[in-house]
Design a protein around this ligand. Structure first.
Ligand code: GDP
Ligand code: MN
Length: 391
C-alpha cells in the first residue's frame, strides 16, 4: 500500500525525522489559510498524488502570499496532473500540501528498501538527489552507495558515518544525518514498510539536513498490525479493478496487454501469461481466482476482466482440482449473460467434472472457443484478436 507525501512526512516526523512544517488542503481557501497558519514569507504548494515527477510536471510551486497559494491550489485541484509516472491520463489532484519553503543548498538521494539478496533492509544513498534514481543507476551506477543493515545488530554508527561521508556531509551534519537515518530505520521496521524514499534529502543554506520529499510503501501482509497506517489508504489512488478484486479475495494485477486471463493457482496463472506472450500477445492482467472459487467469485472475476475496455479477448485456463469445472462453467455463463459478452472467449479446462463443465458451456448458447490444451488455448486466443500466432 502506498500513501501520500504529506502522510509519509507525518509518519516519519512521529519517529523523529526532520521534515518541514506543513498543512494539507483540499480547497483553494484552505490552501490560503494554511499559508497564513505557517506564518512564513514563502511556502511550497505540492500536488498530492501517488506518483513522483510532480516538480517537472508543474505540480510543485514556490509561493509568497496567501493569494498566490490560493491561485495555484485552484489551478491544481480537481484536475489531473500528468507526470512521467502517472501514464498519459494523469491522476486527479484532490489535495495539495502547503509546506514551509526551504532554502536548498544541496539535493541528495536517500532510500530504504528490503534487499532480498542481502536478506536485510538496505540503505541506498546518492549525491544525485532530485533525479530519478533509476536513471542514476543506469548512467552513473558508481554514484550510488548501497549499505545493508544487519537485522540483529541494527544500524551501526560507522555505517551512518560512512553514508554521511559518501554524501559529502561534514561536521554537525554527520550527526544530524545519523539521527535522521536512525529515525527512518525505526519507522521502516515498526510500520512494516517496504520502501522509504527521500528524494531529495536536502542540505539547507543554514546547514541542516531535512527530508524535502517523502514516499512510503507498506507491506500489505503487515497492515493488519497497523490500524493507523491502514487509515491512510486512499481508494481514489487505487486501481478500481484491483479494489473490486480484493473484495472477492481474488489476486488481480492490472497489466498493459489486451488478453484478459482468468486462471486458478498462481503458478498456472504465471504459466498462462508466459504462454500468451510466447504466442505473440500480451496479457491484460494476472488473475488467480484461487483453489476453491465458487460461481459468484468466478462471475466477479469475469466482470472485472471485461470492465477493462482494452481487453479484446478472454482466456480462461482452469485446472479443476479442488475447483470443480462445472462450478467454473456456471460462473462464466452467469457472468457472460450479465455483462453481454462482446469479445471472443477461449476456454481450456481440465480436471474434476470437466465433462459436466463442457456441457454447461455448450448448453448455454454462449459463443465459446474450446481449446484442447494450454498451447492450443494460447494460440486460439492470439488468433482471436487478429494476430498471427508465433512460435
Ligand atoms: P517530485 O518531483 O514529485 O519528486 O516532488 P519533490 O517533492 O521532490 O519536489 C520537486 C522539486 O521541487 C525538488 O527536487 C526541489 O528541487 C523543489 N522543491 C520542493 N520543495 C522545495 C522548497 O521548499 N524549496 C526549494 N528551493 N525547492 C523545493
Ligand atoms: Mn521527489
Amino acid at each position: 500500500m502506498n500513501i501520500h507525501e504529506f502522510q509519509a512526512k507525518q509518519v516519519l516526523a512521529r519517529f523523529g525525522a526532520p521534515v518541514p512544517k506543513g498543512h494539507p488542503a483540499s480547497t483553494p481557501e484552505e490552501a490560503a489559510k494554511a499559508f497564513e497558519a505557517l506564518g512564513q514569507p514563502k511556502a511550497v504548494i505540492k500536488a498530492q498524488i501517488h506518483a513522483g515527477g510532480r516538480g517537472k510536471a508543474g505540480g510543485v510551486k514556490l509561493v509568497s502570499s496567501a493569494a498566490e497559494a490560493r491561485d495555484f491550489a485552484a489551478k491544481l485541484l480537481g484536475k489531473p496532473l500528468v507526470t512521467h509516472q502517472t501514464g498519459p491520463q494523469g491522476r486527479v489532484v484532490r489535495r495539495v500540501y502547503v509546506e514551509q519553503a526551504s532554502e536548498v543548498a544541496r539535493e541528495l538521494y536517500l532510500g530504504m528498501v528490503v534487499d532480498r539478496k542481502a536478506r536485510s533492509v538496505a540503505v541506498i544513498a546518492s549525491t544525485e538527489g532530485g533525479m530519478e534514481i533509476e536513471e542514476v543507476a543506469a548512467k552513473t551506477p558508481d554514484r550510488i552507495l548501497t549499505e545493508p543493515i544487519d537485522p540483529v545488530i541494527g544500524l551501526a554508527g560507522f555505517q551512518a558515518r560512512k553514508i554521511a561521508f559518501a554524501l559529502g556531509l561534514r561536521d554537525k551534519q554527520v550527526g544530524q544525518f545519523g539521527a535522521l537515518l536512525g529515525a527512518l530505520y525505526k519507522a521502516f521496521l515498526e510500520t512494516d514498510a517496504s520502501l522509504i524514499e527521500i528524494n531529495p534529502l536536502v542540505v539547507t543554506k543554514d546547514g541542516s539536513v531535512i527530508c524535502l520529499d517523502a514516499k512510503m510503501s507498506f507491506d500489505d501482509n503487515g497492515l493488519f498490525r497497523h490500524a493507523d497506517i491502514r487509515e491512510l489508504r486512499d481508494p481514489n489512488e487505487e486501481d478500481p479493478a484491483e479494489t473490486e478484486a480484493s473484495k472477492y479475495d481474488l489476486s488481480y494485477v492490472h497489466l498493459d496487454g489486451n488478453i484478459g486471463c482468468m486462471v486458478n493457482g498462481a503458478g498456472l496463472a504465471m504459466a498462462t501469461m508466459d504462454i500468451v506472450k510466447y504466442y505473440g500477445a500480451e496479457p491484460a492482467n494476472f488473475l488467480d481466482v484461487g483453489g476453491g472459487a465458487n460461481s459468484q467469485k468466478v462471475a466477479a472475476a469475469f466482470r472485472i476482466l471485461l470492465s477493462d475496455d482494452r481487453v479484446k479477448a478472454v482466456l480462461i485456463n482452469i485446472f479443476g482440482g479442488i475447483m470443480l469445472c462445472d462450478v467454473l462453467a456456471q460462473g462464466v455463463v452467469d457472468a457472460a449473460r450479465e455483462v453481454k459478452l462482446s469479445v471472443p472467449l477461449v476456454v481450456r479446462m481440465e480436471g474434476t467434472n470437466v465433462d459436466k463443465g463442457k456441457q454447461i458451456l455448450k448448453d448455454s448458447g454462449i459463443k465459446v472457443i474450446a481449446a484442447s490444451d494450454m498451447a492450443d488455448a494460447a494460440r486460439r486466443v492470439v488468433e482471436a484478436i487478429g494476430h498471427r500466432a508465433q512460435a
